[in-house]
Design a protein around this ligand. Structure first.
Ligand SMILES: Cc1cc2nc3c(=O)[nH]c(=O)nc-3n(C[C@H](O)[C@H](O)[C@H](O)COP(=O)(O)OP(=O)(O)OC[C@H]3O[C@@H](n4cnc5c(N)ncnc54)[C@H](O)[C@@H]3O)c2cc1C
Length: 409
């Protein structure tokens, strides 16, 4: 067994969360170690989308491979002329250039020797934390950050029963006719006119779709959140029938995406000696499923706090350091906002497809700064509450009843 010297911080993982926090810690000048089951240069398996303004504000919009100005959603019934009209968002949406994003973070980690190891168990000593890996090697640090994703077995959190999952089945491919208009991005196409009577009673799903240019399109049938998760088989069947209903056929599949991740994972206990970041820290936005913008916004403050605590208070043990980290990562304000989003998601999951369409149609009638701030989780708590009140006040009665739990489902 190889026992290493003690680093300031050890990060576990090599996904977007691990790279975001590791690069910030290194920029702060800390002695950082990082370990992951595979090379951090291995391309990430997912494609990440984001509202472009979030990246503009961080000065990182050059990391987008695609940026759409024509962004729309459909919340009509699809079977009448009125029900086929999209609402326009007038707000740019982008897709990360995966390699550029990953490389830009890796560049900031220059000099770091990534350990290709799988963490198996963690022990806490007086002043340090020790991570033992499948190889038998053990690595020690003053504080360990678990960025190994939402399935982490190391992070403790309350068991609040079943966890809702976002599920999606998508295809990048060529089609006999365009599934979306040229240069268009469709955030949500909820039109239900391809569904049978039985399917209309099942948990709703929508189409997320975009034009990649050169006759390539990405189409993805998505279930926002459901427990148990809607199966990929069901989503694939719905995608096929949605496309067929409009006379569209997939001619060539270049890539298939199978997406599944928890939306309302309870927040971790914030008195544990292990810190987390990303999926393991329940940082996925419970009402939208987005997380990458939050990683980029929240990593610098966490790195700064740990740097201060490690240098100004050298006697702190792992538990005390973790406590300081948790306080910055999940401030009282962010915890309250998370609760509101979770309440909102729970209500949405009880909506049938017609009520859900009506809800989203109302939601996107809010002023753009309100709905986009809600989706990015950038509104301060008092503003978020005002936006929720405003949403309630402009909603039709049936949506109001749904929001307070008086819908029939
Ligand atoms: C298909 C899909 C599409 C998504 N699309 C978007 C999107 O468009 N926009 C958005 O904002 N969010 C999106 N999300 C949500 C979220 O941003 C992603 O789930 C994101 O990948 C989570 O990042 P992470 O770094 O926390 O975890 P992961 O990406 O899961 O990375 C975990 C890392 O830890 C490593 N690891 C795991 N266990 C160990 C161990 N024991 N020891 C060492 N290493 C370990 C893994 O190998 C991996 O490198 C999507 C999620 C999925 C699944």
């Amino acid at each position: 067994m190889k026992l290493e010297t003690i680093a300031d911080v050890l990060v576990m993982g090599a996904g977007p969360a691990a790279l975001c926090i590791t690069s910030e810690l290194i920029q702060q000048g800390l002695d950082v170690r990082a370990l992951a089951s595979h090379s951090p240069e291995k391309p990430w398996p997912n494609t990440y989308g984001i509202w472009a303004k979030e990246l503009d504000e961080l000065g990182m919009s050059s990391l987008l491979s695609h940026r759409w100005k024509d962004t729309v959603s459909y919340f009509g019934n699809g079977s009448t002329t009125d029900g086929d009209i999209p609402i326009t968002h007038d707000f740019d949406y982008g897709l990360f250039d995966q390699a550029a994003f990953q490389n830009s973070l890796l560049k900031k980690c220059l000099g770091l020797d990534w350990l290709i190891e799988t963490a198996e168990y963690i022990r806490y000593f007086d002043k340090i934390t020790e991570v033992t890996c499948a190889s038998g090697n053990a690595y020690r640090a003053r504080i360990v950050i678990d960025a190994s994703g939402h399935r982490s077995p190391f992070i403790r959190r309350p068991n609040n029963g079943s966890v809702a999952q976002q599920a999606a089945y998508g295809v990048v491919g060529r089609f006999n006719s365009p599934p979306v208009e040229k240069d268009q991005f469709v955030l949500m196409d909820f039109r239900p006119d391809h569904l049978s009577e039985q399917e209309l009673k099942e948990p709703p799903s929508f189409l997320y779709a975009m034009d990649f240019g050169k006759e390539l399109f990405f189409v993805e049938e998505t279930s926002l959140a459901c427990s148990p998760a809607v199966s990929w088989k069901t989503l694939k069947k719905r995608l096929d029938s949605r496309l067929a209903n409009r006379g569209i056929e997939i001619m060539e599949i270049l890539h298939e995406e199978h997406c599944l991740f928890p939306m309302n994972l309870p927040l971790p206990y914030r008195n544990q000696p292990l810190l987390a970041f990303g999926g393991s820290a329940s940082m996925v936005h419970p009402a939208s499923g987005y997380m990458v913008g939050a990683l980029l916004r929240r990593a610098p403050a966490l790195a700064k706090k740990l740097t201060e605590s490690l240098s100004i208070e050298p006697a702190l043990d792992s538990a005390a350091l973790a406590k300081k980290g948790w306080k910055v990562l999940w401030t009282a304000e962010l915890v309250q906002r998370h609760r509101l989003y979770q309440y909102g998601l729970n209500r949405l999951m009880s909506f049938d497809e017609a009520l859900l369409r009506s809800f989203f149609e109302t939601f996107f009638r809010l002023p753009r700064n309100d709905w986009s701030g809600f989706l990015a989780n950038t509104l301060p708590l008092h503003k978020l509450i005002l936006v929720m009140i405003r949403l309630f006040s402009i909603s039709p009665l049936k949506v109001k009843l749904g929001m307070i739990g008086l819908n029939r489902s």
